[in-house]
Design a binder for this molecule. Structure first.
Ligand SMILES: [Zn+2]
Length: 261
């Protein structure tokens, strides 16, 4: 599933092609992708800016806001050829953008302003200081891994970057958040910011079929040190990376470097 770095990569690759463009028509080719009224709201509107909040892409229009959530397999492809998985097409005054989505969990919404679900998101790791993050973490009782996936706690991380951040910070995924001391919490904050920035610089991670808006894959998957490396040696100590299930999500960690404390 695209996480913050992948969505940011899509945003950066799409932005020059859509900023200032007029949406002549938004063609909806699947019932689930958007409410029928979304097409009416989008038609004839100009795209002023393409932003991102957490894993959501935000098309700021001259009237209202289109929010696109790629979810599992959604892709926005500039001048893509429509195919069997094309669920919507933005026909612009110059070029087009196809919204392709094999699994059909992706959504396009229109609202007069930012939708409530986006407003409710927690801060992105970049947007808060290490001290603020430590204080937020200290107040929570649950295990740290599910908390990092909770978009209302911190926005943008999914399974890959949560595992990679905990690995870098040497924190066990089941460690109770509130028991993580201030120094280790600051270390975790730094790890998240570092992992996300490195992943954005690498164009994201292409695990299944993720590509950016011009069809290019990311390369950060080769830098993963925990995620998807079950049984492979830890880069720090050589111990086999272990896989456990936490909150129904597969979780990868080094049992030696990331001990419960
Ligand atoms: Zn290790």
């Amino acid at each position: 599933m695209p996480e913050l770095p992948e969505v940011e990569t899509v945003r950066r690759s799409l932005e020059p092609h859509v900023t200032g463009r007029l949406i002549r028509e938004l063609v909806l080719r699947a019932r689930r992708v958007a409410a029928p009224s979304v097409a009416g709201h989008a038609a004839g509107r100009r795209i002023l800016r393409l932003g991102r909040v957490g894993k959501y892409l935000i098309f700021e229009l001259d009237q209202g806001v289109l929010t696109v959530h790629l979810r599992m397999t959604g892709k926005l492809l500039h001048n893509g050829a429509p195919g069997p998985y094309t669920r919507a097409i933005f026909e612009l005054d110059r070029g087009s953008v196809c919204f392709d989505d094999t699994r059909q969990f992706g959504r396009i919404e229109w609202a007069a302003g930012l939708p409530a679900r986006v407003q409710k998101l927690g801060p992105e790791p970049f947007a808060i200081s290490a001290a603020e993050f430590a204080a937020r973490l200290h107040a929570r009782r649950g295990a740290v891994k599910p908390l990092l996936l909770n978009q209302q706690f911190v926005a943008g991380l999914g399974n890959i970057y949560a595992d990679e951040s905990l690995y870098r910070a040497r924190i066990h995924p089941l460690q109770t958040a509130g028991t993580i001391g201030a120094a280790r919490a600051r270390h975790l904050h730094a790890a998240m910011v570092e992992v996300l920035n490195e992943a954005i610089a690498a164009g994201g991670s292409s695990i299944s079929d993720y590509v950016n808006a011009t069809g290019e894959a990311g390369t950060f998957q080769v830098a993963h040190q925990a995620y998807g490396r079950t049984g492979k040696p830890c880069a720090r100590c050589g111990t086999a990376i272990q896989r456990i299930v936490v909150g129904q999500r597969s979780t990868h960690f080094c049992p030696r470097c990331q001990r419960l404390q």
